[in-house]
Every structure is written in C-alpha cells, then in structure tokens.
Unconditional design. Structure first.
Length: 240
C-alpha cells in the first residue's frame, strides 16, 4: 500500500533500498543526479535535501514509475543468488572485460594529442588507467573467490565445515570489495567533473568524441553493476 505524503516524510528507506525494490526507480534518481550505487545508503529525504529537491515531488515521480506493471526479469531483488551472479558476470563483467582496454587506449590517445589545449584529459587518462588496473583484480576476485563461495554456500545442505570456510571467504571479500566500489565510484565522479559532464569541446576530434561517449557508457553501466552488488547481492550474501 502506498504511503501518504506525511508518512513519506519519515520514510527510513535509503536510495539503494528503493532501487533494490524496483530498479525502474533508478531513472528518477539519475534524473536528479542522486547516486543510487556507491552512495545508495543515503536516506531518500536526506539525498533530496542535499540536491535542493522537494522530497514530495521526487516521491510523486517514484510512485508514477512504480505504478506500471513490473516484469519479473526487472525485479532483481527477487532473483535467487546464483541467477543474479550469472547475470552480473554475463552482462556487467563481460562489458568491462571487453571495453576497459578500448576506453583506456582511446583515453591515452586524446591525452597525447589534446593534452596541451585540454589538460583535463591527461588527468582523465590517468584516472581511467588506475580504474582499469584496479578493476581487473576486482573482477577476478569476484569471479574466482566470492561468487563461487556464494554459490556453494547457497547450495550447501548442512555441510558445516565447507560452509564455514565459504562464510569466512565471503566476509573477507565483502569488506574489500565494498571499499573498492567506493573508490572506483569516486574516480568516475571525478572524471565526470573534469569532463564537464562529458561535454565535447569545439576542437575535439572523432576519437575525443568516441572516448567521452565510452566514458559516459562506462559510468552508466557501473551504476547498474555496483547497485546490483552493493544493494542486493552483497546484502543477501552477508545474511547467508
């Protein structure tokens, strides 16, 4: 049952909770520049105040989105853990493995060619180089350590010794992976700021345009990826 405006003023849910309940609401938060992945732990009303928004207007837009029928395929909070993991690997990890080297190559090229007139692209290239390097180890840990441990624990039928080992591995990985998500999120926000929201300058070449489009796509994919992990997968895994 929907809450009344007065009740919503005291809504204790976070931005991440809201998007976990219905991923379609992410579009509303994106519209107003509210971070729902790394910054998803903010209470909705507090996030609105930080952006100078009227919370009631935001809730009206959220209600309008949630008023449409929700297809099961979009309701990630209801997916079982193995299915969610397979989706993350096949969709978001595959995107990163394929695109990170291309984006880095393009970022380095525009830094070399346009760095004199646009020194911000030099810092952008350096930031993305660190992101790409860090993400390689991050993805490997998830695919080789965390995700298999979660799947084994999900399937465990009273095998206490194996389950305890997997729980220890999950706890150790989650602490580190949460921190790494925040670090890459901060770096991407810095890239967005340096690029003026991926604005293309008048003297930009074709590679410059392609690079900024790739960086924008990277940020959009990262928001979905980190949301699925931070606000759904990791929380469920921590409760196993």
């Amino acid at each position: 049952m929907d809450r009344t405006p007065s009740e919503k003023a005291d809504d204790p849910r976070t931005v991440g909770d809201c998007v976990a309940e219905d991923y379609r609401t992410a579009k509303v938060f994106e519209k107003y520049g509210i971070d729902f992945c790394c910054g998803g732990q903010s209470i909705i009303a507090a996030a609105c105040r930080q952006k100078g928004l009227d919370p009631q207007e935001l809730y009206r837009e959220l209600d309008a989105v949630k008023g449409q029928p929700l297809q099961r395929m979009d309701n990630f909070a209801e997916w079982d853990l193995p299915s969610l993991i397979d989706h993350i690997v096949a969709t978001h990890h595959a995107y990163l493995w394929a695109n990170n080297p291309r984006i880095l190559d393009h970022a380095r090229k525009i830094a070399q060619v346009h760095g004199l007139n646009h020194p911000e692209v030099i810092e952008i290239a350096a930031l993305f180089e660190k992101i790409a390097g860090d993400m390689e180890g991050h993805l490997k840990e998830e695919e080789e350590v965390l995700f298999p441990a979660i799947k084994r624990l999900h399937a465990a039928q009273g095998e206490k010794q194996a389950a305890d080992l997997d729980r220890a591995a999950i706890r150790a990985s989650l602490t580190r992976l949460y921190r790494e998500h925040q670090e890459v999120g901060d770096a991407v926000h810095r890239i967005r700021s340096l690029s003026g929201g991926y604005a293309i300058p008048p003297d930009a070449c074709r590679t410059y345009e392609v690079t900024y489009r790739q960086l924008k796509d990277f940020e959009e994919d990262l928001h979905k990826h980190v949301h699925l992990e931070n606000n759904i997968l990791f929380l469920k895994a921590a409760r196993l």
